[in-house]
Design a protein around this ligand. Structure first.
Ligand code: SF4
Length: 175
């Protein structure tokens, strides 16, 4: 079989043919249709709900299908304070979600415990027990911030290898 040089390939492949892999196509579809889990933990959840209303219209980004069952979801938005009492339940919901699945930490409480960080009953960040993909800061973050977080998650889903490489580099830099 002839080996085709890269420059020759451009000549030999006719116009109007799109070359890609199934993985890239699937990731593109996933990134445009997140199905978030329908649950909230505290005040940030109201901002999450607002993102679905007519003004912010999360449907523009294909992420309006909030599902009540974790088995039908691929995005967990941790919206609110995670207490130690709730931690095992949130983890169980995450484990019941379908693969591939993503986690977005919404608000200071979900990121680091927020104003309740020093409390005996609050978990200091969802990333202590979940693999968080995107952090949306604020107390509470506005719905626009959540939408921006979803757009950032899109990039991560489409280019998983690039993000894994950056993550590895950061780990090495931080020793
Ligand atoms: S970050 Fe602020 S608004 Fe969000 S749950 Fe915590 S206290 Fe409430």
């Amino acid at each position: 079989m002839d080996v085709i040089e890269k420059k020759d390939a451009e000549v030999k492949v006719p116009n109007n043919i799109i070359l890609s892999t199934v993985e890239i196509a699937l990731n593109w579809c996933r990134s445009r249709s997140f199905w978030p889990l329908s649950f909230g933990l505290a005040c940030c959840a109201f901002e999450m709900m607002s993102a679905s209303d007519a003004r912010y219209d999360i449907a523009r980004f294909g992420s309006e299908v909030f599902r009540p069952s974790p088995r039908q979801c691929d995005l967990m938005i941790v919206a609110g304070t995670v207490t130690k009492k709730m931690e095992p339940l949130v983890l169980r919901l995450y484990e019941q979600m379908a693969e591939p699945k993503y986690v977005l930490a919404m608000g200071s409480c979900a990121i680091s415990g927020g104003p309740f960080k020093d409390s005996y009953s609050v978990v200091p960040g969802a990333d202590t027990f979940l693999p968080v993909d995107v952090y949306v800061p604020g107390c509470p973050p506005r719905p626009e911030a959540l939408l921006y977080g979803i757009l950032e998650l899109r990039k991560k889903v489409i280019h998983p290898k690039a993000f894994a490489k950056n993550y590895q580099k950061r780990l090495e830099q931080n020793g």
